[in-house]
Design a protein around this ligand. Structure first.
Ligand SMILES: O=P(O)(O)OC[C@H]1O[C@](O)(COP(=O)(O)O)[C@@H](O)[C@@H]1O
Length: 251
């Protein structure tokens, strides 16, 4: 990133402090989770790299103010997923849609395989770590319990959880459904980090026609973090599925 000359500020999950690249005139601030899902690496489960990009503030020489901003101000977001095949999912903002690329290992190039990807409006798939459900707020417990009952079509929802956010979100973008990692009485501010997990995935989700909210039902992209490694509870996925969740949260 330093060598590109375009990046002035870097926030990485792997670095406690903000990095400012002195000596270059980069115009961008990158927020990055270099290996998301790292706890799954040894098991050979798909992991990925998540990134979100801001244009640094006018007149800025690189500071924390360039990243402690609303998610709405991100200009690019994406992830690469290293699984059975390697994928790059990219958006340059809500109005610009989402493009999905697959790595052609012979060419060594990412090929555009799904242009202007749209998440299905609804799908009976939920993706959460139910191992935490004892600590969840009652609204979250009631919502997930409601999905396990036979729905209008006589069938309950199906559960899918890999435990690697990139892989769970990749499946959700392609197949539809809802992914959640709510805050709970054990992790009061949630687990996933706002700048390099929640914001990039929320921008992708909305650009694909989905929705992303926190435990209070507020739009994730309207949040403004106060610290670079700030966490938030999050739910995101197909529009109808998030709207159904909101009927439990916003009673
Ligand atoms: O094991 P849990 O508590 O279900 O958490 C899994 C979540 O944590 C993560 O692994 C994030 O953590 P890392 O970025 O530190 O790997 C996400 O990819 C995943 O959604």
């Amino acid at each position: 990133m330093k060598g590109s000359g375009n990046v002035k500020v870097l926030v990485s999950e792997e670095q406690e402090d903000l990095i400012i690249f002195d000596g270059n005139h980069g115009s961008y601030a990158v927020c990055c989770d270099p290996i998301d899902g790292s706890s799954n690496l040894d098991a050979g489960v798909a992991v990925g790299t998540i990134f979100g990009v801001y244009k640094i503030q006018p007149g800025s020489v690189g500071s924390i103010k360039d990243v402690l901003r609303e998610g709405n101000e991100m200009v690019v977001a994406g992830y690469t997923m290293y699984g059975a095949s390697a994928h790059l999912m990219l958006t340059t903002g809500r109005g610009h849609g989402v493009n999905s690329f697959t790595l052609d290992t012979h060419l060594g190039e990412f090929i555009l395989t799904v242009p202007n990807l749209k998440i299905p409006k609804s799908r009976a798939i939920y993706s959460v770590n139910e191992g935490n459900s004892y600590y969840w707020a009652k609204e979250a417990q009631d919502y997930i319990a409601s999905l396990k009952k036979p729905q209008a079509n006589g069938k309950p929802y199906t559960a899918r959880y890999i435990g690697s956010m990139v892989a769970d979100i990749h499946r959700t973008l392609l197949y539809g459904g809802i992914f959640g990692y709510p805050a709970d009485s054990k992790s009061k501010t949630g687990k996933l980090r706002v700048l390099y997990e929640c914001f990039p995935m929320a921008l992708l989700m909305e650009a694909a026609g989905g929705k992303a909210v926190n435990d209070k039902g507020e739009r994730i992209l309207d949040l403004t973090p106060k610290k670079i490694h700030e966490r938030s509870g999050i739910w995101m996925g197909s529009e109808d599925e998030v709207n159904k969740l909101l009927t439990f949260i916003k009673k």
